[in-house]
Design a protein around this ligand. Structure first.
Ligand code: HEC
Ligand code: HEC
Ligand code: HEC
Ligand code: HEC
Length: 436
């Protein structure tokens, strides 16, 4: 027992380190360029290699079907981007402007680009796996381990916290890059993200099998979902707490609020009472917090009361019902640190998945997801949980469950057409299917 605990502590210490490593664009080493990964003997094979640890066709997957490759960069040349750049009054065209290329490409400092680095490669291998200068040779040496590669500067994409930080750096933003409401006002689309769902749809160019786990540790999609929610909430609270990003003139930065609290016709009177909200006020976008409510309730039941109080204090302070909003944001952000720490080593079994699914459905039927953003996150979460239960053989009628899930997704497909009543109807249908 004692050495088991020691081993768990060692793993926790390792992943705590992993979360502190610089993001790929911050790392101090040379970025060699995609061309160095793309040979057919390396990661550019047309087919999967049978005897190899990795698929070896990662480049082909990325360049053909992954939107990070061509599309991320090329959209900067289209009319929508031209309009955004013009509306913002950018001095450079979008595909050359740092404010855009930081997310729609890989944009390390000029002195850290190798001879064959090409900016037009888009969100390239090294944008996620880190600059390869110090590991490109050693990672193929006989006997090289994952730990060796990490030591040489490979970014720890296998660690859920580090992974969430990486994806969110572009799919929400961080201290260095960020889609503000000003950029959205200029014509940038709304951004939505859920770590587990997006990891699947990227699509994945890796397979988590026994060999992967032996080399890299465990991979649990629900843990990924949960950690993704906690880190997304923290990033959002960081915006509130950042004196530079948190305000824009007289107003706070608007992207942390529910978009549709402002963006809907006046004749459409849709407000309904919900805990922590008042009519005629701008609501904090609590989609991630609503997901965390389920996660905390199931995984750390003793802390449910504290968590709910912290969220309620924030809602109340935002709506001007007492308390200081910045103080409430700071406390909640700090509280989430311990949630993330505990989630690192938490494994989720069938009973956990069922309880989380039930919680999501019940909260939805009780009217917690009246705002679109909450309904959207709940749908992705329900999709992920059902998927895992099905993979484990724990869903009796997979076909019926899929059909119900499709009906739920239809109700959140277009944020501008979202109607809470339709979402609830679809949810009630799903409840009866999965109860079978
Ligand atoms: C913080 C990162 C970030 C910044 C900064 C950013 N974007 Fe984006 N952008 C994204 C992400 C992520 C998406 C994809 C949203 C989705 O589909 O979920 C996107 C989507 C887009 C789209 C729609 C893409 C499509 O496939 O239709 C356009 C156009 C666009 N961005 C242009 C720009 C321009 C121009 C700038 C600079 C003014 C910019 N973006 C700055 C992250 C960013
Ligand atoms: C948007 C981020 C992203 C981009 C871009 C990306 N990867 Fe990955 N890659 C991942 C993630 C996430 C994993 C899974 C976690 C892990 O195995 O570390 C992964 C895993 C891998 C693996 C390991 C598979 C295993 O079984 O250990 C290889 C090899 C790989 N990627 C190669 C590439 C190559 C080559 C490119 C460019 C052509 C590329 N990746 C681009 C995110 C990315
Ligand atoms: C350097 C910035 C960057 C990083 C890091 C990044 N992405 Fe992206 N991602 C983008 C941009 C920009 C787009 C939009 C491409 C487009 O449609 O034009 C995008 C698109 C996507 C899409 C397609 C979305 C759609 O609407 O079809 C998925 C899925 C995705 N990313 C998943 C991930 C995951 C998972 C990670 C972390 C492993 C990640 N991304 C890391 C910038 C990034
Ligand atoms: C506090 C209210 C408020 C919130 C919250 C808000 N917006 Fe806005 N938004 C505005 C106002 C005001 C304008 C300017 C409208 C105008 O110029 O006519 C605007 C403009 C826009 C525009 C440009 C529309 C146009 O007329 O060209 C877009 C796109 C947009 N917002 C997207 C979003 C998104 C996405 C979110 C959520 C992440 C959001 N907004 C949250 C108030 C809000």
């Amino acid at each position: 027992m004692k050495h088991l605990l020691a081993a768990a502590a060692a793993v926790a210490a390792l992943s705590a380190q992993a979360a502190d490593v610089p993001l790929p664009y911050e790392a101090k080493a040379r970025h060699v360029g995609v061309v160095n990964c793309a040979s057919s003997l390396c990661h550019g094979s047309i087919t999967e290699w049978k005897g190899s640890n990795v698929l070896q066709n990662e480049y082909v997957t990325w360049s053909r079907v992954d939107k990070h490759a061509l599309r991320a960069n090329q959209v900067l040349l289209n009319d929508q981007s031209k309009r955004i750049a013009k509306n913002l009054g950018l001095k450079q065209p979008a595909h050359e402007a740092k404010i855009c290329v930081d997310c729609h490409g890989h944009n390390p400092p000029a002195d850290q680009r190798g001879e064959r680095f090409k900016a037009s490669d888009g969100v390239s291998c090294e944008a996620c796996h880190g600059p390869a200068e110090n590991w490109i040779k050693s990672h193929v040496a006989p006997g090289a381990t994952h730990q060796d590669n990490l030591k040489n500067g490979l970014y720890p994409t296998s660690d859920p916290v580090a992974l969430a930080k990486l994806c969110l750096s572009c799919h929400f933003g961080n201290k260095d890059k960020f889609v503000t409401h000003r950029i959205m006002g200029a014509g940038h689309p709304r951004i939505s993200f859920e770590l587990d769902t997006f990891t699947q749809t990227q699509p994945a160019h890796f397979v988590v099998d026994e060999d992967w786990m032996k080399r890299k540790g465990s991979w649990d999609g629900i843990r990924l979902w949960a950690i993704g929610q906690a880190l997304a909430a923290q990033e959002q609270l960081d915006v509130v707490l950042d004196p530079k990003r948190g305000r824009d003139g007289l107003f706070p930065e608007l992207v942390v609020f529910d978009c549709h609290a402002c963006h809907h016709p006046m004749s459409d009177t849709r407000w309904k009472p919900r805990v922590g909200t008042r009519p005629g006020t701008i609501r904090f976008n609590d989609a991630n917090l609503l997901m965390l409510r389920q996660i905390v309730r199931r995984t750390f039941p003793a802390e449910t009361g504290t968590f709910n109080d912290l969220v309620l204090s924030l809602h109340k302070a935002v709506a001007g019902e007492g308390g200081d909003a910045l103080e409430a944001a700071r406390k909640l952000r700090k509280g989430l640190d311990s949630v993330v720490d505990k989630l690192r080593t938490r494994a989720f079994d069938d009973a956990d998945l069922r309880a989380i699914l039930q919680g999501l459905i019940d909260d939805g039927l009780a009217g917690q997801y009246t705002d679109y953003a909450g309904a959207e996150q709940a749908s992705m979460a329900i999709g992920s949980v059902l998927n895992f239960l099905a993979k484990r053989g724990a869903v009796r009628d997979v076909k019926a469950a899929n059909a119900s899930l499709d009906r739920l997704f239809v109700t959140v497909k277009d944020d501008e057409k979202y109607r809470h009543e339709r979402f609830q109807q679809a949810l009630a249908g799903l409840k009866t299917t999965v109860a079978r």
